[in-house]
Design a protein around this ligand. Structure first.
Ligand code: AHR
Length: 504
């Protein structure tokens, strides 16, 4: 038996509503980077592709994840991209030096092909415009090309390229990480704020139905965070609907207890950005609430050394190919829980990225595809985390880690799907050595029964999946039982759990 110290109590009630979960928090990201496009989603060398050269097996894996929105085409790539290079007859498209990642961009895949791919797999696209080397004109032209039905220069050009119907892209990012010294065309907050406002203004004149994302800081580690948000939003507040957040974590020093506590940092990041948005709102006497688009997040550190050895100026080299282990999957689960806890303000989020590049899905060029460890918590949240996010009242034992104090062993979020009459408890046990007994009061959910208790567990925190072997995969033999309105279960040490209840 676990000792009394390893017992957590949770109370869940329908009345404790945070907000309806916007399904777009389960978004992802495809950048023209490494083998994400060339050798990833697109691979004419593969035996099973569609008429455009997109891999069927990859489409199926993306569809399994149910990705509602995909950010495209960058990332750092977008800050040097001429979108016009990627439309029109493929044989006349230029090969360009791609400066963000120092590769050759052949432009075999561009806006129309990507839109066709996304449509087929049932995802919306979150399109980014280049505010690095370009500005208002290129952005408004791209929007006209994509969204205007017909009867204008750019919309008729799209039609002449074989895409009669407008793509109707709703969500647009005003540049990418414009605070970063690595960014082509980096800007000061004042420069970015003015440019983003004027670009957004012109774009909303072309299509008033779009939503715009103003660039936030590249991470909490930036010296200008959160002043960047305060200054840029002062310019863009009236035209933008979201501000972006980006954050990646790693376990370089091998301190797993500290690594799994990184959700504390993410939570603090979100709270700080909310406060900054609300400060600008108050300053402007605005009635509008700014929402958060956490449009890059993941674990990223495994591939950093390998990337320094890659030859420049090749097409689709293997860049940022992190091989994820079991503890990475646990943190990814914790990060998804963090979004659910902020469902009232975080309305979009993109796991960066989707295929091959820091991704849940891996491929061999021309060969096999497989699921990385992080595929699973992402799949579970996307599949079962739709409905109303409820605020659980949690009493959990805690620990102190290197960078955080009072870290609850139990990290949890609860989603109530009224339509399907389902209640899902997502629970991470961060204790690396011991199981955690959890008792959860669900007396408000009369007539509900346990449908499934999914568990992702492994004795080896460093276990990985490969094309040949899936060492980390979930099972449904969790111990959750329901009696007199209380769910009780023992969560294995270091485990990700999805406890699903359904009305009988
Ligand atoms: O996702 C990889 C890179 O990380 C993106 O291109 C950039 O926006 C971020 O720095």
């Amino acid at each position: 038996m676990a000792s009394a110290a390893n017992k957590a109590r949770v109370v869940v009630d329908k009345a404790f509503r945070i907000a309806e979960v916007d399904k777009r928090i389960y978004g992802s990201f495809i950048e023209h980077l490494g083998r994400a496009v060339y050798g990833g989603i697109y691979d004419p060398s593969h035996p099973e592709t569609d008429s455009l050269g997109f891999r069927e097996d990859v489409k199926q894996l993306v569809q399994e994840l149910g990705v509602p929105i995909i950010r495209y085409p960058g990332g750092n790539f977008v800050s040097g991209y001429n979108w016009e290079d990627g439309v029109g007859p493929r044989e006349s498209r230029p090969r360009r030096l791609e400066l963000a990642w120092r590769t050759i961009e052949p432009n075999e895949v561009g806006t129309n092909e990507f839109m066709a791919w996304a449509k087929e797999i049932g995802s919306e696209v979150m399109m980014a415009v280049n505010l690095g080397t370009r500005g208002v004109d290129a952005a408004r032209n791209l929007l006209e090309y994509c969204n205007h039905p017909s009867g204008s220069y750019w919309s008729d050009l799209r039609r002449s390229h074989g895409y009669d119907q407008p793509h109707k892209v709703k969500t647009w990012c005003l540049g990418n990480e414009m605070d970063g010294p690595w960014q082509i065309g980096q800007k000061t907050p004042q420069e970015y704020g003015r440019l983003a406002y004027e670009t957004g203004k012109a774009m909303k004149l072309v299509d008033p139905d779009i939503e715009l994302v103003s660039c936030g800081s590249s991470s909490t580690g930036m010296p200008t965070f959160p002043e960047w948000e305060a200054i840029t939003l002062d310019h863009t507040y009236d035209v933008a609907d979201f501000v972006s957040l980006h954050q990646y974590y790693g376990n370089r020093d091998g301190d797993s207890a500290n690594f799994l506590a990184r959700t504390m940092d993410m939570d603090h990041f979100i709270r700080t950005v909310i406060s900054t948005c609300d400060y600008v709102k108050a300053k402007k006497r605005s009635k509008k609430t700014m929402y958060l688009s956490f449009d890059e997040w993941n674990v990223w550190y495994h591939s950093n050394d390998a990337d320094t050895k890659i030859d420049p100026w090749t097409v689709g080299p293997p860049q940022l190919e992190d091989v994820y282990n079991f503890e990475d999957a646990l943190l990814v689960g914790g990060m998804l829980i963090t979004f659910l806890k902020h469902a009232d303000r975080v309305k979009m989020a993109c796991l960066a990225q989707l295929v091959n590049v820091i991704a849940p899905i891996m491929t061999e060029t021309g060969g096999r595809s497989w699921k990385q460890t992080i595929f699973y918590p992402y799949l579970h949240a996307s599949r079962y985390g739709r409905g109303v996010s409820l605020q659980p009242i949690v009493d959990s034992p805690k620990y102190d880690a290197q960078d955080y104090t009072d870290v609850p062993y139990l990290e949890t979020a609860v989603v109530y799907n009224e339509e399907e009459e389902e209640l899902t408890i997502f629970a991470l046990n961060r204790h690396l050595e011991e199981a955690l007994d959890v008792e959860c009061d669900v007396r408000g959910f009369e007539g509900y029964q346990i449908a499934e208790h999914i568990v992702l567990e492994n004795d080896d925190l460093k276990a990985v999946n490969t094309a040949a072997e899936e060492n980390v995969k979930p099972h449904s033999r969790g111990s959750a039982a329901l009696k007199d309105g209380f769910v009780s279960t023992r969560l294995s040490k270091a485990s990700w759990n999805v406890i699903r209840l359904k009305k009988a």
